[in-house]
Design a protein around this ligand. Structure first.
Ligand code: ASP
Length: 447
């Protein structure tokens, strides 16, 4: 089966078309009133659409665990012993931290410049009241999400990192939010395999290698359904999104989105240029399907299979590099999320009238950087981290604020996830270049 379900249109155009169509249909459905004739029809359409979207998301998520396990193990057992792994690992993590730190500082600068939570230098009362109103009218799902986070995880910074070492790897593998534990276990298992005599491990290595290749074929199949799945996913989201809070929080949106854009189109390309000497444009071109999928699904982990495919087949980065850097990146390297956390926390502080001095802001920067590592690659995952930082910074009404942020989160989540995924691809590309691989084989000689 081909990656492209409809051969004449490339995958990214199909996804874009699905997004545009979903926006038009979602907005048009808003115009349909609750009349006896049309109301049930509209609701029926929304239910079917949501169901199709759900099936697509489930299919993507179904790939995550086997793909991570197969790719990490086959990648490591393919490296030249653990020495190669140490070098690769150290450089990869250093790059992850560098780009995430740049993103956080960018977020900090913008939120101090644009001051989205203030009006004429004073805390914005309208937004504060909107926070309270939103908290009062929030649906049960939102309340449950935030209160579980507040009650358990948010009180303990270390909890995010504790999950790195799972007590039970099968249990960790059954939760898409705990991929770090699965990666760590796969890494250790693969290193253990490299310690055994070669002839003993051949069968095992061939098995994981085949499993990895089979997962890439499965990804192709799921991606063939992407246009339909994304349409189904987006229609109910666009239909449900109300404009009210968006209008009040306009400057906040501008702050977050401009930060993400600057990071995506200026900072990251510059980092690629500096480290590889290559024009970063072909990377955008090759990553188009993955970026659009990340934008549509708001899940770095869900996008991982496609990111791997784009980087291997498009950018020409070896399996040796992608199978290590990308699963790790999808879980711990979140530039967009770190930037967002930093802006969101300082925005809420401004709205609540809490003066944040240099030390308090430095804490927010470090906390955003660290928690972005522990945040899972699933939709709205960073709101737990935001709640945690707000509480530890002594900012009042943290729960109400986070419920309100959750209500307007989707567009920002989609955008920051695309940045998260692009940053992973930049690191993979830089690592490939550093390891002497020929990147962008289709673009010819050095640009
Ligand atoms: N949705 C983001 C991701 O999957 C995580 C977050 O910032 O909520 O990368």
């Amino acid at each position: 089966m081909n990656f492209r379900a409809y051969p004449r249109l490339a995958a990214h155009w199909q996804i874009l078309l699905a997004l545009i169509l979903a926006t038009i249909v979602g907005l048009s459905l808003k115009l349909v009133g609750d009349s006896a004739a049309l109301g049930p029809l509209r609701d029926g359409f929304l239910a079917v659409s949501g169901f199709v979207g759900d099936l697509f998301m489930r299919a993507l998520k179904m790939l995550i665990v086997p793909l991570i396990v197969a790719s990490v193990i086959s990648g490591i057992t393919g490296l030249q012993g653990v020495t190669g792994l140490g070098r690769l690992g150290a450089k990869t993590i250093a790059l992850f931290l560098t780009t995430t730190a740049l993103a956080t500082v960018l977020g900090l600068t913008l939120v101090n410049l644009l001051k989205p939570g203030l009006e004429n230098g004073q805390p914005n009362r309208v937004i504060r009241e909107a926070f309270m109103a939103q908290a009062e009218t929030a649906g049960e799902g939102d309340l449950a999400k935030v209160s579980t986070a507040a009650g358990r995880e948010a009180t303990d910074f270390l909890d995010i990192f504790r999950k790195m070492i799972p007590e039970n790897v099968v249990q960790a593998a059954s939760d898409n939010g705990q991929m770090l534990g699965v990666i760590l276990f796969s890494l250790l298992l693969a290193i253990a395999v490299t310690q055994l005599p070669g002839e003993k491990t051949r069968g095992f290595r061939e098995f994981v290698e085949t499993a990895h290749e089979a997962m890439m074929v499965l990804t192709k199949w799921v991606m063939a359904l992407a246009p339909l799945g994304i349409f189904g996913l987006m229609v109910p989201i666009i239909f449900k999104t109300g404009p009210e809070l968006f209008v009040q929080m306009g400057t906040y949106f501008v702050t977050v989105l401009s930060g993400l854009m600057i990071h995506l189109f200026l900072v990251l390309p510059l980092v690629v240029r500096v480290f590889t000497g290559r024009n970063p444009l072909p990377l955008f071109r090759e990553m188009r399907p993955a970026l659009m999928l990340a934008f549509s699904t708001a899940s770095s982990s869900g996008t991982l299979p496609v990111t791997m495919r784009c980087m291997q087949e498009g950018a020409g980065v070896s399996k040796r590099i992608t199978s290590f850097t990308l699963p790790l990146g999808a879980t711990i390297n979140m530039d967009g999320t770190a930037l967002y956390e930093c802006v969101a926390v300082l925005f809420v502080a401004q709205v609540m009238g809490v003066e944040m001095g240099l030390a308090a802001q430095a804490f927010v920067v470090v906390a955003s950087l660290l928690t972005s590592i522990g945040v899972a690659g699933i939709p709205s995952a960073s709101l737990v981290a935001i709640l945690l930082i707000l509480k530890n910074s002594g900012i009042p009404e943290a729960e109400s604020a986070v419920i309100a942020l959750l209500a307007v989160d989707r567009l920002l989540d989609m955008s920051r996830t695309a940045v998260n995924v692009f940053s992973d691809s930049c690191t993979a590309l830089i690592m490939a270049h550093m390891e002497g691989e020929k990147i962008f084989p289709k673009s010819g000689p050095r640009a």
